[in-house]
Design a protein around this ligand. Structure first.
Ligand code: DC
Length: 221
């Protein structure tokens, strides 16, 4: 079993930014589980499915295979052998992933892939149910959050910087919808594990969050 760090939290809390930096400092492998749900979402979109159509999604799962590989330490996600790492970042893919990840068969499909990675390597894995469900024995569990307005502002700035036209209120609504779905689904909802450390990054810099997590890792190593 590797040394496992679990980071859970809502969309836009900065999990991937923080986890990548912690991975760099520790030499651990960063595993982005959201990318796996997003890869399956690409498959459902390609098949023209409605995110709420549970039986069509269950059926489509049989025709999808998700795997990951690392290129220069960067995670690439493959859908049926094709690299979809860029495609999965589109907003419609994130929304489909939020809907389709409520389907238990979708979660089952990715569970083993995630647990196997953590068993073989020292990992820092981010997602929604890592500390509660995937790696309940993780050495360090972090629940990283931030206010809706902070998360929306970060997303707005990120998109604007990329030259993407966007509206702050729409982003806020999108985040609220995703929080609601992620936290209220029946299977493995987003919630803070009892033994997770709560970090609210609303008024913290990235390096403050990284240092805080590093102190917890160092205590356990
Ligand atoms: O972290 P992200 O935005 O890339 O994740 C996209 C969606 O995938 C998210 O809205 C919920 C789902 N997800 C999940 O249910 N469980 C995980 N461990 C990771 C992501």
């Amino acid at each position: 079993m590797g040394f496992n760090v679990a980071i859970d939290g809502p969309a836009g809390a900065g999990k991937s930014t923080i986890a990548k930096l912690v991975a760099k400092e520790t030499g651990f492998i960063y595993v982005d589980t959201g990318a796996m749900y997003r890869a399956l979402a690409v498959h459902f979109i390609n098949e023209g499915l409605d995110g709420e159509d549970v039986s069509a999604i269950e059926e489509a799962c049989k025709r999808a295979s998700v795997s990951i590989r690392y290129e220069d330490g960067v995670q690439k996600v493959l859908l049926n052998g094709e690299d979809v790492s860029t495609l999965i970042r589109q907003e419609n893919v994130g929304n489909m992933a939020s809907k389709s990840s409520t389907v238990p068969k979708v979660r089952e499909k990715l569970l083993e892939l995630q647990r196997n990675l953590a068993a073989q390597e020292d990992v820092i894995m981010d997602g929604r149910d890592i500390g509660t469900n995937i790696l309940p024995k993780a050495e360090v569990k972090i629940y990283l959050t931030a206010s809706v307005s902070t998360r929306a502002k970060r997303r707005f700035d990120e998109l604007t910087e990329k030259g993407v036209q966007c509206n702050y209120d729409d982003i806020c609504h999108d985040i609220e919808d995703r929080d609601y779905r992620d936290m209220n689904r029946e299977t493995a909802p987003l919630k803070q594990a009892e033994d997770a450390i709560l970090i609210d990054s609303s008024d913290m810099t990235i390096s403050e969050v990284v240092s805080k997590i590093m102190t917890y890792i160092e205590k356990k190593r």
